[in-house]
Design a protein around this ligand. Sequence first.
Ligand SMILES: *[C@@H]1O[C@H](CO)[C@@H](O)[C@H](O)[C@H]1NC(C)=O
Ligand SMILES: *[C@@H]1O[C@H](CO)[C@@H](O)[C@H](O)[C@H]1NC(C)=O
Ligand SMILES: *[C@@H]1O[C@H](CO)[C@@H](O)[C@H](O)[C@H]1NC(C)=O
Length: 265
Amino acid sequence: MVVKKIISSPFVAIAVLVTLVAVIFRFSPKLLLSRQQRLFTAEELALHNGTDESIPILLGILGSVFDVTKGKSHYGVGGGYNHFAGRDASRAFVSGNFTGDGLTDSLRGLSSTEVKSIVEWREFYFRSYTCCLSLSSEGQCLVFTLPSPAVRFVGKLVGRYYDNQGNATKYLKGAEAKAARGAQLLEKQKAEEAKQPGCNSRWSQDEGGEVWCDTGFPRLVQRPLEIALTGKMSKRCACFLEDQLDQQGLEVYEGCDYLSQTCRV
Ligand SMILES: *[C@@H]1O[C@H](CO)[C@@H](O)[C@H](O)[C@H]1NC(C)=O
Ligand SMILES: *[C@@H]1O[C@H](CO)[C@@H](O)[C@H](O)[C@H]1NC(C)=O
Ligand SMILES: *[C@@H]1O[C@H](CO)[C@@H](O)[C@H](O)[C@H]1NC(C)=O
């Protein structure tokens, strides 16, 4: 009797449901993703730009379409992210260019770290969809928000990233491969740079900037993988011991003594 009463109480029923949903999410986010998918054309997606409040606000990124109606204050008309509504403006996630042709799904000429960052934005939307607040390093969800997700994955946009069967195009696979390469390069750069300790640095309004080494001497060095990563040259400050100072490519800070441990910048 008591058991029956407990089970039939709406509170317990909801708790059981919530647990069940959490278990399903935990073990099979893919199951949920595979349901309820629809293919959109660019014209259909364009209607969902937030103007018509009777239909959901949708956003595309790398051809995945998400319902962001719950974020109406951001994605709706007048919101700061309204540019993303009703279209796939993947490029603008990293370019910050929300004008004219800046709102495009073309990734032409972007570096591998930029493409990686767009892929991470797509992950962010997928994570919001599975109600996951915190992912373990193995990709398992540790903390769920319930009852309902802020973002819903609703389908795919037919075009650059998905064909009219909903299959990933070469372009999508290429972008994902480029992002993976970017991640590898970043790891490699981290490992390389860990071999040569970086300088300490501080900056204050009154005294300006300063770099220093507790052991060794500050030198500017080219970051070797930076061109591959970002397409730009960039230098960092690293500390070298006296017997390493004749290596190639080490640059003394302008106005700094050869054997000074602190340099103004
Ligand atoms: C925005 O959506 C409305 C209706 O939902 C549509 O009439 C309008 O053409 C859309 N704007 C653009 C730029 O596609
Ligand atoms: C944004 O992109 C458009 C088209 O590519 C370009 O003409 C414009 O200069 C860009 N604006 C900024 C601020 O980069
Ligand atoms: C495209 O998707 C369909 C089902 O959605 C599948 O049967 C087909 O094999 C896929 N084609 C390719 C080239 O992957």
